[in-house]
Ligand binder design. Structure first.
Ligand SMILES: Cc1cc2nc3c(=O)[nH]c(=O)nc-3n(C[C@H](O)[C@H](O)[C@H](O)COP(=O)(O)O)c2cc1C
Length: 193
């Protein structure tokens, strides 16, 4: 099984406005695989410009922010492609689309790496960052999950956040918890109606 790395894919829309979203990426036969579920703005952008930037960042606010309406993070122009790089990226890779495997639900897009650069060192694993990423994945699937499962996961993940978070992790965690709370209130209202 190929490893999946959780990254931030930055793309440009048809009017060249930056768009960022978290995507799990894989490496297959020297190519990078991104598989967006339809519908997806990132998918539209990747097909339109046929390129993207894969950002590796430990600022988990960007993952949590993308799912809670906070997508306005500082970016700069990419070096070799028509795209943007997150200022907070520890490293980035610039990608060009070389192959599409069509699928009604989840097409597979294969990219070659045309440029890569390191910006800051990896500082080690942090459990609160991992917990935020886990909760972000749950939040991106809220409508498919029973509330009891979400509550149980949060209770477990919260331990790592309480023990090891810094300011960015606490903020990201709070945004996601607010999103879960809103979802739970909406369900309660539906049940009352
Ligand atoms: C860590 C993480 C990994 C994700 N990986 C994927 C993925 O591989 N494919 C996908 O369709 N969505 C993935 N998502 C959900 C998307 O980021 C989310 O649906 C986002 O809004 C993409 O939609 P957009 O392209 O319309 O912005 C992931 C979310 C998180 C938090």
């Amino acid at each position: 099984m190929p490893m999946i790395y959780e990254t931030i894919i930055s793309s440009l829309d048809a009017s060249n406005q930056p768009h960022i979203a978290p995507f799990g990426t894989r490496e297959r036969d020297g190519l990078i695989l991104i598989a967006p579920f339809r519908p997806s703005s990132s998918l539209d952008n990747l097909l339109h410009h046929r390129c993207a930037v894969m950002n590796l960042t430990d600022d988990v606010r960007i993952f949590a922010g993308a799912l809670t309406g906070r997508r306005d993070w500082p970016v700069r122009r990419a070096d070799k492609i028509n795209g943007v790089v997150l200022e907070s990226a520890l490293a980035h890779r610039e990608l060009e689309l070389v192959e599409i495997r069509e699928d009604e639900t989840r097409p597979e897009l294969y990219f070659k790496v045309v440029h890569e650069a390191q910006h800051r060192p990896f500082r080690g694993f942090n459990r609160a960052q991992a917990a935020v990423i886990e909760l972000a994945v749950l939040v991106s699937r809220l409508h498919m999950l029973p509330v009891e499962k979400i509550d149980a996961e949060i209770a477990y993940l919260q331990i790592a956040v309480e023990k090891t978070a810094g300011e960015h992790e606490l903020q990201a965690w709070q945004w996601l918890i607010e999103c879960v709370d809103n979802h739970k209130s909406a369900i309660r209202m539906e049940n009352l109606a």
